[in-house]
Design a protein around this ligand. Structure first.
Ligand SMILES: NC(=O)c1ccc[n+]([C@@H]2O[C@H](COP(=O)([O-])OP(=O)(O)OC[C@H]3O[C@@H](n4cnc5c(N)ncnc54)[C@H](OP(=O)(O)O)[C@@H]3O)[C@@H](O)[C@H]2O)c1
Length: 256
């Protein structure tokens, strides 16, 4: 294995929010629950949090918990892909609302969350650039969507992810990883996060990071323990790397 600069480990917070708005997704609702989540992540030495305007109630809860005073925050412009969502006036409004909710004057990254195929991208890019110059300081990128392990059909994200990742070939590859990991005495989840952190193309020298989320505190401990265990054994890492070649075009798209 070649040695790389460690990737940033980022706590995703789509599970922080109002469970009545997003049943089955939000698990950290009260101030006490959110504080406990942030305290443990911080106490283990991590300093990056990912959120979004679209994660109902996540930004405001992070703001109330004072997250921006001790974490670097990455968030995203509002909108679920409706034509016009990225018109300049809506970008301005969304950024202002995010900063207010987060109780901060600056975030590290402002992503474009879901594509707006109607608004000319140069108008959107100008609005993002203007906001960067006026209100946002260090870094201001646009992005798209990430990956997930959520499969439940009883919520909007579960339905989306089942479509994206439900192909039988993808499911078969998940089973292969799980079985291989278990032979090495670790869970499929631990193998997946360790492979992503240490054996994938991600490299901290480019500013790459790994975002993960949890629905309960126990998962936070387990995921951090896994990441802190370091690289996988060569044979397990190679077995996971080889799986991509078996998907033969069935892999999920990297964006919506
Ligand atoms: N830019 C974008 O468009 C975009 C898109 C997606 C996600 N994201 C970011 O990425 C973050 C992560 O999202 P994701 O969808 O990729 O979530 P994920 O980290 O793949 O999955 C989270 C789920 O994995 C399960 N889990 C967590 N720790 C576990 C452990 N130790 N053992 C077994 N299962 C475990 C839990 O499922 P259960 O709920 O079943 O317990 C948890 O809710 C989000 O919070 C968000 O910040 C960004």
């Amino acid at each position: 294995m070649s040695f790389k600069t460690p990737v940033k480990i980022i706590l995703g917070t789509h599970t922080v929010g109002d469970p009545t708005e997003i049943p089955g997704i939000a698990h950290f609702d009260s101030a006490k629950q959110v504080q406990a989540l942030l305290d443990v992540f911080h106490s283990r030495g991590y300093r990056h949090i990912d959120t979004a305007s679209n994660y109902f109630g996540s930004e405001v809860r992070l703001g109330q918990a004072g997250a921006a005073s001790r974490f670097t925050i990455h968030t995203k412009v509002a909108g679920f892909g409706k034509p016009g969502d990225h018109e300049p006036s809506k970008i301005d409004l969304s950024i202002g609302q995010s900063l207010d909710a987060l109780e901060t004057s600056v975030v590290e990254t402002m992503f474009l969350h879901v594509p707006d195929r109607q608004t000319p991208f140069k108008d959107t890019a100008k609005a993002m650039n203007d906001a960067f110059r006026q209100v946002l300081q260090p870094v201001f990128f646009s992005g798209n969507t990430g990956t997930s392990t959520r499969w439940k059909h009883d919520n909007i994200i579960g339905k989306l992810y089942s479509t994206l990742y439900g192909h039988p070939a993808v499911q078969a590859s998940v089973a292969v990883v799980r079985d291989a990991a278990e032979k090495h005495g670790i869970s499929g989840h631990a193998a997946a996060v360790r492979w992503t952190a240490f054996h994938s193309v991600l490299d901290g020298k480019y500013g790459d990071g790994l975002i993960f989320a949890v629905s309960k505190m126990e998962q936070l401990y387990k995921t951090l323990d896994a990441l802190e265990a370091g690289p996988l054994s060569d044979d397990l890492a190679e077995a996971i790397t080889a799986i991509y070649g078996t998907l033969d075009g069935a892999e999920p798209p990297y964006h919506l």
